[in-house]
Design a binder for this molecule. Structure first.
Ligand SMILES: Nc1ncnc2c1ncn2[C@@H]1O[C@H](COP(=O)(O)OP(=O)(O)O)[C@@H](O)[C@H]1O
Ligand SMILES: [Mg+2]
Length: 348
């Protein structure tokens, strides 16, 4: 039976010479959670995962797995399995040998290895490919082989670093759902690194958003989508992401140029107004915007607009009857407006 570990990072600092890759990471991951580390390239996700695996040392802080301090514990003694972006399969070994390798390394008897390999391969639907070499597999099959090798030891913690990024778009979607089902059926805690916000939103129970070596927000995908903590997070989440416009908060109104619209926040300061493309409406009054072009997706469309030199996107259900170059007026429900402090970027 696979256990499921809790994970805690306390004040993790990681430096590379004069460069600080992680500036004090605190994180709590619950047993059985599918937890995503989301952020742009270079924000410190892989470093954090490698620190969890024990592949990277820390300069400050503690790594706790199941309430035990493993900061100084060797990777092999942490009972964790990692899947890399490059699957890191051994090309000269068969699929069966690749999957069984972690068990062989710890001296498991051959008959037991064979059984475990078959079980793991069956779980990811490659039991019919056990005699092949990795070079004879498709990208998706190689990825499954790497997954099987990770689960064969029944680790208590499953670490995945962008495991789907080498797959084409369609296969990525399918494998995403399967990966999620696999994690659920194993009951194992999973920490999943991705720079793809849509992937994190759809696969994770909770996630941490990384920016420049710091965690800026932790929550469920829904919480982070509904209430991004900063303008930077807001700009990173959603497809297309939230529109952000410089504005002035004037009591309970937000002023963009000459237009003033009510918002659910009080104050008098320079702000960044955020409205999701799906929350914008075109109507008689509001913020003037010039129609640039319309993207038609069949069941929905995106109207690209120019507001005082800035691109704004509006999502419409049906193809709206607007002409390029036409001026329209944008409005929104006050509750759909996100207001961020212009100086700090923090949500008001
Ligand atoms: N061995 C290293 N030496 C110097 N800088 C490194 C090293 N490893 C990572 N970094 C830097 O640390 C930052 C975080 O890297 P990483 O954790 O790989 O980011 P992510 O996975 O979010 O793309 C990056 O700026 C990267 O260049
Ligand atoms: Mg990375």
């Amino acid at each position: 039976m696979t256990g499921s570990a809790s994970v805690r990072l306390e004040g993790i600092v990681k430096r590379h010479g004069a460069f600080t890759a992680l500036h004090g990471i605190d994180l709590d991951i619950r047993p059985g959670e599918f937890f995503a580390l989301l952020g742009p390239s270079g924000s410190g996700k892989t470093t954090t995962l490698r620190i969890l695996a024990g592949l990277e040392s820390v300069d400050e802080g503690r790594v706790m797995i199941d309430n035990a301090d493993v900061t100084a514990t060797e990777p092999g003694a942490r009972d964790v399995a990692m899947v890399f972006q490059s699957y890191a399969l051994y090309p000269h070994m068969s699929v069966a040998q690749n999957i069984g390798f972690p068990l062989k390394m710890i001296g498991t008897p051959p008959a037991q290895v064979q059984q475990a390999v078959h079980d793991a391969a069956s779980r990811v639907a490659i039991a019919h490919l056990l005699d092949r070499k990795p070079g004879q597999l498709s990208g998706g099959q190689q990825q499954r082989c790497a997954l099987a090798r990770a689960i064969v030891r029944q680790p208590r913690l499953f670490l995945l670093d962008e495991p789907l990024s080498n797959l084409d778009a369609k296969l990525r979607l399918e494998t995403r759902a399967e990966l999620r089902n696999l994690q659920r059926s194993l009951g194992v805690t999973a920490v999943y690194v991705t720079h793809d916000q849509e992937e994190a939103m759809t696969i994770a129970d909770r996630m941490a958003v990384f920016m420049e070596g710091r965690i800026v927000q932790v929550g469920t995908p829904h919480e982070i989508f509904r209430k991004p903590a900063t303008a930077t997070v807001a700009a990173f989440i959603g497809t297309p992401p939230m529109n952000l416009l410089p504005a002035r908060l004037d009591g309970g109104l937000v002023r963009v140029g000459d237009a003033a619209l009510p918002v659910g926040v009080q104050g008098f300061e320079d702000v960044i107004l955020g409205v999701r493309p799906g929350d914008l409406r075109m109507g008689g009054a509001g913020i003037p915007a010039r129609v640039e072009f319309v993207e038609d997706f069949g069941d929905s469309s995106i109207v690209n607009l120019d507001v005082a030199g800035q691109r704004v996107k509006l999502r419409a259900g049906e193809l709206p009857s607007v002409r390029e170059g036409e001026t329209v007026h944008l409005s929104f429900d006050p509750a759909a407006a996100h207001v961020f402090d212009a100086a700090t970027g923090n949500r008001l």
